[in-house]
Ligand binder design. Structure first.
Ligand SMILES: Cc1cc2nc3c(=O)[nH]c(=O)nc-3n(C[C@H](O)[C@H](O)[C@H](O)COP(=O)(O)O)c2cc1C
Ligand code: SF4
Length: 515
């Protein structure tokens, strides 16, 4: 008898025992003389079910999870009758209701196999880009309405056109895989689960703007992603998809990985470029934009992993196809990451426009602790805290801005009613003080003063006056900082003060009563 199963090698699955489960299957299969093929994939993003084991059947893959090594014998005996059986994976509401464009291969293909990537439609986007040429490729990306997924939401195609329009010279493609935002892991999942998609996206970018070389800047905390990318780069070179004359064309493109030491500010694009050049990760003043004077002084496209990984699909299916998803000026899909105190944490890709409440309550299933949701922070450590009253906000760049928030890299961190929002506000200032590159005064000094002010307010020390000073300080940081680290730190602070004033100073009664 022969069988094929799929188990993730993604670090989110590995850390809950996917490797041990895979070896248990190998051992039991060998003992029973079963011809078992174990394909290691990326993750489907249903992390509460990892280690998830999927079995190939005539009716598609059937899932089991979360599996422990000691479940393996019984799983092989009982098959679909086993209590861990989840039924056909694609029919599970979590997956069925998603619109998976960027993540269409994740959890499905073997990320180490170029052949498998190509068998699932890989490199069709590049083929189309080669067919229509650089100028039309840039236009296709503009048509798609794709906006940078790293946080700022700048239109990707316009950035590419700026670089393409600079006179021919050495140019670079830089992929920002620093992924420093709290509660985010989509970049890591792509690199571990579909690395060829990122390579293809960077290659298309290179052809579009006239760059023959690229760098992927990955934080050192991502060893599995680094390994997956390294293997894929070697395979792509072997298969003629990187290097000279890619895919038999006249274009050259190659890339390499650079590892960052994990400073949050090194995710900021100019600081990242400094770090890539071997210098201290300090923010550069803009202008000049990296698109004009970037890496080593040359015109550079710098894009987030998700922005680049969205491009193959856009090129294969057309910019108009992608643009038809979404709302307002937020086109296409967003891979949203549900994290923190949430029952069903994971990756959920859907068209822009879904409400925050639907994501947290319906898809995420509320808190893991079972207590009421009190606040969610959207967009990383610089994102605002939203109370339940704002849960009808649609996931859309402009709608979040209108609610004094940001969607950033699409991370949602959930807190239950035991959270102390004054502590969260203090943490925002403290985080900024620790991570500040130190170049400008509002951020470097302001964040340290911010910590002191929150402490004073909470202690009831001239609370009313210090609240005014804190608001004033937040304005100074917002409008006077050189980059968004200092400029956006006020968002979590002010949102905590606005929506949860009872947690500050003399009004801490709600928390004290709860204790
Ligand atoms: C403090 C700070 C940290 C950032 N961290 C990241 C990051 O980890 N990954 C990322 O893609 N962009 C990050 N950004 C945004 C980048 O500066 C830049 O906008 C982005 O890489 C551009 O790519 P995109 O247009 O594809 O989003 C950060 C910005 C700031 C101010
Ligand atoms: S805001 Fe902070 S991180 Fe940004 S340049 Fe100023 S000191 Fe550096």
């Amino acid at each position: 008898m022969s069988a094929r199963i799929y188990i993730s090698r993604d670090s989110g699955a590995l850390c809950v025992g996917a490797e041990e489960v895979a070896s248990a299957f190998r051992k039991v299969a060998d003992k029973r003389g079963l011809d078992l093929e174990i394909v290691r994939t990326g993750s489907r993003g249903m992390y509460w079910l990892e280690p998830l084991v999927e079995v190939a059947t005539d009716k598609g893959r059937v899932g089991y999870g979360p599996v422990k090594p000691e479940d393996v014998e019984a799983l092989l005996d009982q098959g679909g009758q086993h209590p861990l059986c989840l039924g056909p994976v694609e029919d599970m509401p979590w997956l069925k209701n998603q619109t998976r464009l960027t993540f269409k291969n994740c959890g499905i293909i073997d990320p180490r196999s170029l052949e498998d990537y190509q068998a699932h439609g890989g490199y069709q986007g590049l083929a189309h880009a080669l067919e229509i040429g650089p100028k039309a490729t840039v236009e296709e990306v503009i048509t798609s309405g794709l906006r940078g997924r790293g946080g700022a939401g700048f239109p990707t195609g316009i950035k590419w056109r700026t670089v393409a329009d600079t006179p021919p010279q050495q140019k670079y493609i830089v992929c920002n895989a620093d992924e420093g935002d709290s509660g985010t892991f989509a970049d890591r999942m792509i690199m571990e689960g579909d690395p060829f998609g990122l390579i293809e996206g960077m290659t298309i970018a290179g052809i579009a703007v006239g760059a023959a070389y690229g760098y992927i800047y990955i934080r050192s905390e991502y060893p599995d992603a680094i390994e997956a990318m390294e293997i894929a780069i070697v395979e792509a070179r072997k298969g003629g998809m990187l290097g000279r004359g890619i895919a038999g064309s006249a274009y050259d493109f190659d890339l390499e990985i650079r590892t960052g030491a994990g400073a949050y500010v090194c995710g900021e694009e100019t600081s990242l470029l400094e770090s890539l050049e071997g210098k201290r990760g300090e923010v550069r003043a803009k202008p000049p934009l990296p698109a004009h004077i970037g890496l080593f002084g040359k015109p550079t496209v710098i894009n987030n992993v998700l922005s680049l990984a969205s491009v193959p699909n856009i090129m294969a299916r057309g910019g108009a196809f992608y643009r038809d998803f979404g709302m307002g000026k937020s086109r296409g899909t967003m891979p949203i990451q549900l994290a923190g105190n949430i029952k069903h944490g994971g990756l959920y890709e859907t068209a822009f426009g879904i409400t925050l409440g639907a994501l947290v309550d319906d898809i995420g299933g509320g808190t893991r602790s079972g207590r009421p949701v009190r606040a969610v922070q959207v967009g990383g450590p610089l994102g605002a805290y939203f109370p339940r009253e704002l849960f009808d906000t649609p996931f859309d760049y402009e709608a979040f801005t209108a609610a004094d928030g940001l969607i950033g890299h699409g991370g949602i961190v959930v807190f239950d009613d035991s959270v102390d929002m004054a502590k969260q506000a203090r943490f925002a200032m403290e985080f900024c003080a620790i991570e500040s590159c130190g170049k400008c005064t509002p951020c470097r000094i302001g964040s340290a003063r911010g910590v002191e002010l929150v402490d004073k307010i909470v202690a009831g020390e001239d609370a009313a006056e210090n609240l005014l000073v804190l608001e004033d300080l937040c304005n100074t940081m917002k409008f006077g900082s050189l980059c968004a680290l200092g400029g956006f730190t006020p968002y979590p602070v002010i949102s905590a003060l606005t929506h949860f004033p009872e947690d500050f100073g003399a009004k801490r009664k709600r928390l004290e009563a709860a204790e």
